[in-house]
Design a protein around this ligand. Sequence first.
Ligand code: ADP
Ligand code: SF4
Length: 687
Amino acid sequence: MARDPRYDILFEPVKIGPVTARNRFYQAPHCNGMGRTHPTAMAVMRGVKAEGGWAVVCTEQCDIHPTSETTREIRLWDDRDIPALARMTAQVHKHDSLAGIELTHMGYHAYNFTSREVPLAPSATPVHGILPAHAREMDGTDIADYRRWHRAAVRRAKQAGFDIIVVYAGHGLSLAMHFLSPRTNRRADAYGGSLENRARLLREIIEDTKDEVGDSCGIAVRIAVDELLGKAGIASDREGRQVLDLLGELPDLWDVNVSEWHNDSQTSRFSEEGYQEPYISFVKQHTSKPVVGVGRYTSPDRMVSLIKKGVLDMIGAARPSIADPFLPKKIEEGRFDDIRECIGCNICVASDMLSAPIRCTQNPTMGEEWRRGWHPERIAAKDTDDTVLIVGAGPAGLEAAMSLGRRGYDVMLAEAGTELGGRVARECRLPGLSAWGRVRDYRAGQLNQLANVGVYLDSAMTADSVLESQCTLIAVATGCTWRRDGTGRTHADPVPGLGDGNIFTPDDVMAGVSITGPVVVFDDDHYYMGGVIAEKLSADGHEVTLITPMAEASAWTVYTLELDRIQKRLLEAGIEILGSHRLSGLGKHEAEATCVHTGRTRRLACASAVLVTGQDPDDVLYKALARDQDAMAAAGIRHVVRIGDALAPGTIAAATWSGHRFARELGKRVADEPTYRYELPALAEPL
Ligand code: ADP
Ligand code: SF4
């Protein structure tokens, strides 16, 4: 389809100093848990972004020196680091995009676990987080050293083929930002005190960078113009804009955001598309240089309006480019229904936080482009004569049906319920999770375009009906059920007293079962469900106590950057959070909680308990089929497999990945050898 002229503006070229971006789509730097340890996987993933139409494709943060060392991101410490990055720029250039590199020294955010160097800071300070270590104050020699390291990294970046050097002062994750912020800079010399002094180091490294490569590379500055700390930090209505007045014309492009990372990458549970706009919309009035910003933008109309209103010149995206590397191309080709919109869940962030290769709930191919050869838009044509029955239309079943349909297989998707989506259809009705419905909506829309996939609602399958289906390959994607006895991580045996109480599970709450308060929610799952259920019951008017063996509610959400916002929301709703306790007993009117450290007990009024503990796969159908191999053979079925939560309950991301894998591999058994490619570290010679 030809491009709708309404969107022409998004495809205008943008000049960034000596280089020109072919359109206004800018893949902002984003971590991916692969850079240092899986360099080729990272390079090919970035290349796919360029293929998908992002005119600028940036790396994640790049460490420039052993005094700033993460274990997972890319680095440019010396010339030996150049080839891995040259591989990335080559992939990006193949598709006529510009490659950008975000050079950073993380200052007091660096843990330096491997190098064991003492972290550096403008003023002596404990290291960020809870590590028992301090960063030392930099003296004049340290500052000169830092500028030299930065220059050397700039030089190497150019050698590696980068077109844009991003000077980094964002997220509180860089020395330049640490010098800028009065919170972290208490110096009395020429680098401390007035804003002009605090901005001196940033000015110097921009100038150094220009001096080094300004004739051939664009110089971008990525900066947090608001720390969302009010008077205690940089704010967009005061020093945020004064910095722009000081340095506005120095670089070739401004990439502006809010810091720290949990503010920049807010989830859809807490913010809407475009949540950064109030903080960054002033920037263009303070510079003539192009401005890029982010805010989980997936709507082409919103993008056009941002450009026309003069808020941005380029649409920055990390997560929307992860969920759909082909977002720009799809807009260009007028394929709006094919856009796989980010749901704002931050599973991508969590994988990086855990130093694991990136994954995405919406895009199961993310991180697998080279490792498994999965492309987000291409999949091999069918190579067997199978007809496939998929039982269950949750995220796993939907993804499998869609991907098999694209391969050209004849597929039947049978769903017991009257709507598509499975858990996603239920969970997106919980407070704050409506965007998660996009997992269903995208796939349902794609299935509509596939004549070879039949979708059958209200079709509960039994072993007999599967045997009669005349399909040769069966995927059981029947999901899972929350346990009703409280067993899981903490309790190997059922919680005592279950028989006397009103016991419910998240499945009951989502089904709208009537519950009387006061309610105790026992969260032994630790991801979002316990907190969201408590929030819903509180909004329904119940007095709610959330008991968790962890110190905080929804403890795992520290990895999705939501932990603090969840505590705030639950506490402000009046929910009592009883941390470090397990639910140890239930009666008709009260519950007993036991401290996990001391064994001391306490009693709480409790008319109903909601148990958010373990889950059981719904695999009755699978087992009935697998048990009777003779009947399967007689019915012409060559293989039956479980996928998604029916195989092992987990995240939605795990379910879509499982469904996708099935579509690619048709349920091959786990092999003796690894089924994906990986790189080995080069051995040092001589020993
Ligand atoms: P997953 O996350 O693995 O995709 P879900 O729980 O989201 O799992 O979805 C499972 C879907 O399977 C639900 O919509 C459920 O109604 C459906 N289902 C369960 N048992 C059957 C069955 N016997 N026949 C057809 N559909 C089923
Ligand atoms: Fe968006 Fe979630 Fe995918 Fe991250 S994991 S890109 S937040 S859908």
